[in-house]
Design a protein around this ligand. Sequence first.
Ligand code: IVH
Length: 710
Amino acid sequence: MATKSTHDLAVDALSEDAAQLELARLGAEIAAANLAYHAKDAPDLSDADYDRLKQRNAAIEARFPALKRADSPSEMIGAPVGSGFGKIAHSIRMLSLENAFSDQDVFDFDERIHKFLGRDDAITFTAEPKIDGLSLSLRYEAGRLVQAATRGDGETGEDVTANVLTIPDIPRRIVGAPDVLEVRGEVYMSHADFAALNLKQGEQGEKPFANPRNAAAGSLRQLDPAITASRPLRHFAYAWGELSAPLGDTQKAAIGRLGDLGFQVNPLTVLCANAGDLLEHYRRIEAQRATLGYDIDGVVYKVNDLALQTRLGFRSTTPRWAIAHKFPAELAWTRLLAIDIQVGRTGALSPVARLQPVTVGGVVVSNATLHNEDYIAGRDAKGGPIRDGKDIRVGDWVQVYRAGDVIPKVADVDISKRNPDAQAFVFPQICQECDSPAVREDGDAVRRCTGGLICPAQAVERLKHFVSRAAFDIEGLGAKQIELFFNDADMPVKTPADIFTLASRDAQNHLKRLKNRDGFGDKSVSNLFAAIEAKRDIPLDRLIFALGFRHIGEQAAGLLARHYTTWSAFEAAASIAAPGNPQWQELITIGGVGDVMAGSLTMAMQNPAERRAIDALVAELRVQPVAPRAAANSPVAGLTLVFTGTLEKMSRAEAKARAEAMGAKVAGSVSAKTDLVIAGPGAGSKAKAAEALGIRIIDEDAWLALAGST
Ligand code: IVH
């Protein structure tokens, strides 16, 4: 007799564990139905079946109130479901790792750490394989797995709990763990399982996966957990997020503890006494790479002592106490069929190699970047030779490489195979999209179209950036729809503001309404307008990022937003900041913002045409203020500090990092805006200036007391 699966059982017959699984399954199924209904405009369940799922979910919740999920469908008010998965804000950000590519990079890493900590004795590290999968955060409360989230943008990930519950390596319950335990690790697929899955895909007429990593990602991000359950996913734990109690004093002990709790931890994790030992272990792992049975793309080194990890802390997106030593990239030779020029949103002309398709490390590559015109000509940024000065011509045999997930690159050229008639590539000096001159500024390797807003390629790319995930993220308005709307004769979207006038223009345009077009039904039009409407309330950081100022990425946009907190304060400062004036000074003392970012930001904010477009957009929005990220209870939060003289117990870098982590600003010189000066021995003119201004001055011990580490 076949065993009954959980979803056949009556609610009364469910055990607590089965109920938890069932809630996860129902949650995912209802989410999938919502997505099909709202986002794809293609309901795949009858109303009655949909209602039955919701009723069963409610009945289980009524019987086991403690199991009600944070993203319970019963709390949902029929709103469209983002990408199909709920979103989870990580309680502690999920970071990435800095990369090392050479032995020297590893020695430099070791030296930087010594310098930061002001130590010259040996520091012990762990070394372990870098698993080539996708990272996952698992949250356990009172020993029960309550949530699993992908990394997403590091701040917010996707809720994949229902799917993760089907992975055998991941325990659902653990005994003897801290009350709150977030385990971070990697989901991956073994080579054998990958080969078998692809065979099955082929038999079922489905497309094969390019590599085990893609297969693992595709399997985890399934709206139907039953599909995930049928895919052989595995997991290694290697780090943690929020904890209610420490796991140990060292990285090695903490990982050992995770192993004892029932997680898979990598057996090739060892302790190394110095950088030389790290390199030795790297070579050992590299030698075993082909026989491990799963993909790894390098070796990760971490400072073993967790107290030192805490002191070292983080840069904006990576910890100072860890590094990933990557294996050399994979290479292949192929023919260069053509060189196309793409115009980006900042006007950069990027040469793209069109290649005879070739497999590089398991992935078929047919496009690769050629960087810029100097690179094609065989020159570096300073005019010196690269590739011994060999240029690259259409028709040449070129070497392509890819490292990890990055865009493949053309590395080398075999001129012995060159056709004698091949002509040197002439890089265009005119933008092919708008006929404006394309120029190179002094010291810039990139040639840029000067057309600005009149260049259609730039305008389209800006709009695509504007609606992208980390920016306005408008459901139903992706790159493809932007292309359509940009060229639409009746309802054109040429600037971001045009997105927000679409609905009112549609209402006035009786005969040519969107719903009469191909691909647009009543429902998809009203969904689109609702999704746009919902984004009129936009947080300041997203708006700044969305505006696409050159050099200002997500991270910098966040820094600016948390500093100025409101659009009006940001706009007021950026409209008048100029080198030397106080607004400029303020801008460049925001940790992480320098002259280059300040330059591009003020150039755009002070350009009349750009401003017209920005002001028209902002008039359509309600910009939400952003709270400064300061440890609210820190005694220096919001203050501007200046360090001067010699610090004896902490390097200058550590002091600055600590102060910034506590919500203070660190300035290089004393001014009326300085709140506190920390003066070590030998402090000179800055201490005097502070005295003259009546600013509080403290010594290093008083600073350490404030910073909480006497
Ligand atoms: S530690 C705060 N250890 O590599 C640092 N990461 O390129 C947390 N990864 O996002 C990461 N194997 O997804 C760590 N043994 C390992 C890893 C590992 C793979 C991934 C992880 C991370 C990415 C950074």
